[in-house]
Design a protein around this ligand. Structure first.
Ligand SMILES: CC(C)(COP(=O)(O)OP(=O)(O)OC[C@H]1O[C@@H](n2cnc3c(N)ncnc32)[C@H](O)[C@@H]1OP(=O)(O)O)[C@@H](O)C(=O)NCCC(=O)NCCS
Length: 165
């Protein structure tokens, strides 16, 4: 994203603060911007193929966009009475404005609409920002997946968080 922030910071805050506004479904044409955000955010980013598969399969792939581009995206799978947050990412320049919380609540709404009894996700124990976000949204830690994530040295465990409906 190249635009100077300034007014746009207020726009991001407005987007996050107004239910439903600024959200739209991710299209394949969005992938160059999405991948740029993804690669900046994660040491082990998803590939383009993973995003394409999520869109093709029909997972709920949602993003928040303002005049200066895509600010955040989230991916939700649903089935068998459960939904799963597969990815949730906010552009590094749009963080700490409430965007991640707004997007997570959008995914929670969608999970409910899709008939889920609970919403699950995995998170790295080292990801303090994400842990705080999920705790704020009411998620509880329910378990651990050993050596789930790639890491610089070896593998890192995942904490499993759940929100019961
Ligand atoms: C985690 C992430 C999505 C948070 O998005 P965000 O838009 O910055 O979060 P918000 O501004 O909506 O903050 C909501 C809450 O999250 C927590 N939080 C977010 N960033 C935080 C930080 N840097 N330090 C402490 N708490 C933080 C706080 O509880 C915050 O509530 P508060 O503002 O009342 O204190 C964002 O940091 C991100 O995209 N990180 C990289 C990708 C990633 O790790 N995704 C999660 C994978 S499991």
């Amino acid at each position: 994203m190249s635009a100077a922030r300034g007014d746009d910071d207020r726009l991001v805050t407005a987007v996050a603060g107004s239910a439903g506004h600024g959200f739209r479904v991710m299209q394949e044409a969005d992938l160059p911007q999405v991948l740029a955000i993804e690669r900046q955010a994660y040491e082990f980013p998803w590939t383009e193929g993973i995003f394409r598969d999520c869109i093709r399969i029909g997972y709920y792939c949602c993003l928040i966009e303002t005049g200066s581009g895509i600010q955040a995206y989230g991916i939700l799978s649903s089935g068998g009475g459960e939904s799963h947050v597969l990815n949730l990412c906010v552009h590094s320049e749009a963080r700490r404005c409430g965007v991640g919380y707004a997007l997570l609540n959008k995914l929670i709404d969608q999970a409910r609409q899709r008939g889920a009894d609970c919403l699950l996700l995995e998170v790295r124990p080292s990801n303090r920002e994400a842990l705080a976000l999920y705790q704020k949204a009411g998620f509880n830690e329910i378990g651990l997946r050993k050596a789930y994530y790639p890491a610089r040295t070896g593998r890192e465990d995942a904490l499993i968080y759940a929100l019961e409906f």
